[in-house]
Design a protein. Structure first.
Length: 430
């Protein structure tokens, strides 16, 4: 009977409940034990269910917050992409009138140089030839067929002779011999008043060098123009905005310890190719994400927790698939040669394109500052300005972007640049 079962379920000490239950037979054969166990199990199950529900709710909240954060970040990067692309397009369109003057300078130099070397030719290489020119860009001119080895004083002697000849030319001013790892002549080509506001200096800056058979300028330009730019759509606007940022602090010239144009191209291509290899070509980085990734990659201390050694420096090297990849190498790497940066040239793996960047720590400080300003500016613009219905950026976005990246802004002078294309949101960038 139930009473008998109840009596049998009492513990030896006359107490019931859980104590009696624990002393009962493992088979829990009595009615009281079964009822007590059922009540106990039900309570535990209820508590477990509540805890599990709370944990699931917490995980849902975290996932929702992460999704909102990712969506907001994607939106901010989208606005940055639109702003950078619009700025890059406006910049290059505004410089289009100077192409005729670049060609005129090349032709004038060839006529002058032919007085010393009758069979020589002159060609444009570098940013103006690759389509990566900005308002601060010099025009790189290479004299082929000069045979500087046959001149007294070698390369420097040949350049000195050419500089002396150019002193008497009306189309060029201030030819100055610069002795460096690659010696050259720096000069200026005066511009008519209506074009003078286009270059940052108000004149067309010229860098004149001689080909001694080992000059790599033309080949690196062809590699950039014919290989890298067609395969990486985000590379052109990314390089233009980075060159403008570095030029704002005088760090876009290898002669002052900054990054050369070719080094910037290879470092930017490494970021894009690294993520292309990770995500697949169909999920390649947009300009905004690539810019943020570039700033994050090269601004951080290379001796971070994942570095394989304490004496690490930033590097760009080729992987097994001949893709450029951002990485770190030991300071004792023979390719460094004491430089604070290694950028391996795909056309000559023994050549460190970053060898002249002795001021790379200043470059890193600038990249860190730009990353912080860019993050702040994009968040502020998100709260103050709505994107246009066609997916473009507002004027507030454009101004915030320009200020964050030190992009020059100007209004065209009266009668001087009235045909200059306007930038994002009615702001002209230079």
């Amino acid at each position: 009977s139930d009473d008998a079962d109840s009596d049998a379920g009492e513990g030896a000490d006359g107490t019931g409940g859980i104590t009696g239950l624990l002393g009962a037979s493992p088979r829990l054969g009595t009615g009281l034990a079964r009822r007590q166990w059922a009540a106990f199990a039900s309570g535990v199950g209820l508590r477990l269910s509540e805890e599990e529900m709370e944990e699931r709710a917490r995980r849902r909240r975290l996932a929702s917050d992460a999704a909102r954060g990712a969506s907001a970040r994607a939106e901010r990067l989208g606005r940055i992409s639109a702003g950078v692309e619009a700025w890059a397009t406006a910049t290059q369109e505004s410089l289009s009138p100077l192409h005729a003057w670049v060609a005129r300078s090349r032709a004038a130099l060839q006529v002058a140089a032919a007085r010393i070397w009758p069979d020589c030719t002159v060609e444009v290489y570098g940013s103006w030839a690759a389509g990566l020119q900005a308002h601060h860009s010099d025009v790189d001119l290479l004299v082929r067929g000069a045979e500087p080895g046959s001149c007294a004083g070698g390369m420097v002697g040949a350049l000195r002779e050419l500089a002396a000849l150019l002193e008497g030319e009306e189309w060029i001013s201030q030819p100055t011999l610069v002795s460096a790892r690659v010696p050259l002549i720096k000069a200026f080509a005066p511009l008519p008043p209506h074009l003078a506001p286009l270059p940052r200096s108000g004149r067309l800056a010229l860098d004149i060098s001689l080909d001694d058979g080992g000059h790599a300028g033309a080949s690196s330009t062809a590699f950039t123009k014919d290989v890298l730019l067609p395969s990486l759509p985000a590379l052109r606007p990314l390089v233009l905005v980075l060159k403008s940022l570095l030029a704002s602090r005088g760090l876009s010239d290898g002669y002052t310890g900054g990054l050369t144009g070719y080094a910037i191209v290879l470092m930017a291509a490494a970021v894009l190719q690294h993520h292309e290899a990770s995500l697949g070509r169909e999920r390649s980085l947009g300009v905004g994400a690539a810019l943020a990734c570039f700033l994050e990659t090269y601004s951080r201390d290379p001796r971070h927790a994942h570095a394989p050694h304490r004496h690490a420096v930033h590097a760009v090297t080729l992987d097994a698939g001949a893709r450029l990849q951002p990485t770190v190498v030991c300071r004792s790497d023979p390719l460094l040669g004491g430089a604070p940066l290694l950028v391996q040239d795909p056309l000559d793996v023994e050549n460190n394109v970053g060898a002249s960047a002795f001021n790379f720590p200043s470059v890193q400080r600038l990249l860190r500052e730009a990353l912080e300003r860019l993050d702040t500016a994009s968040c502020c613009a998100a709260g103050e300005a709505d994107a246009r219905a066609d997916g473009g950026t507002s004027g507030a976005d454009a101004i915030a972007l320009a200020e964050a990246l030190s992009l020059d802004r100007h209004e065209p002078q009266e009668g001087a640049m009235s045909d200059c294309p306007r930038g994002v949101g009615g702001v002209v960038f230079r």
